[in-house]
Design a protein around this ligand. Sequence first.
Ligand SMILES: Nc1ncnc2c1ncn2[C@@H]1O[C@H](COP(=O)(O)OP(=O)(O)OP(=O)(O)O)[C@@H](O)[C@H]1O
Length: 213
Amino acid sequence: MIQLEQLTWQTAGRTILEQVSVSIPSGAYATLMGPTGCGKTTLLEIICGLRQPSAGRVLLDGKDVTGLEPRERGIGYVPQDLALFPGLRVREQIGFAPRLRGARQAEVDSQVNELAAQFGISHLLDRLPDLLSGGEKQRVALARALAARPSLLLLDEPLSALDEGMRAEAVALLQRVQQELALTVLHVTHSSSEAAALGTLHLRMTAGRIEVV
Ligand SMILES: Nc1ncnc2c1ncn2[C@@H]1O[C@H](COP(=O)(O)OP(=O)(O)OP(=O)(O)O)[C@@H](O)[C@H]1O
């Protein structure tokens, strides 16, 4: 369960988010749409702790996480540009969070292999990100986010770089992963068909506010 309470974010004299309050129940697949520049990425970054709100609170399963570091929040984040680490091979990207948790090598390897199989990227484990296609990068970024074993997954337009066929495949993959892992998802998209296919809760942001549609 994510609860956003009266979140406000101001910068350079502009109010981008204005007292945004919304609850997303555990296990929901929430989609968030809204015009470009309205503050969707800003909201995701506040939820995962990459930005501090000017006011308001973020609660995860009833716990106030507003002051916690990103890695203390148990949130998986796939940013718009995917942000793969340039010098790391796919196995190191996916193994990053388990390593950070202090997992032993055998445990890291087994988790990397399991996620790679789940995402159909086992044959790519020794590649650097420069040598991956857009769709392959997107799968690696998702696998890397899930390696942190999050209960909440934040996705910022994760399918926008994909062609129609790959997008349909990715939608099916997201549905399967969300159900298998009982994840709560907040997925930003500009595509109403993507939102309709995936969402169990539809949110719209306009003029710094969010409403359920
Ligand atoms: N660090 C910053 N300093 C000043 N303005 C910023 C900063 N970060 C974001 N903004 C502004 O805040 C607004 C919201 O940006 P944000 O990236 O959250 O929008 P968005 O809804 O995700 O857009 P898009 O759909 O195009 O990805 C934009 O007008 C942007 O220019």
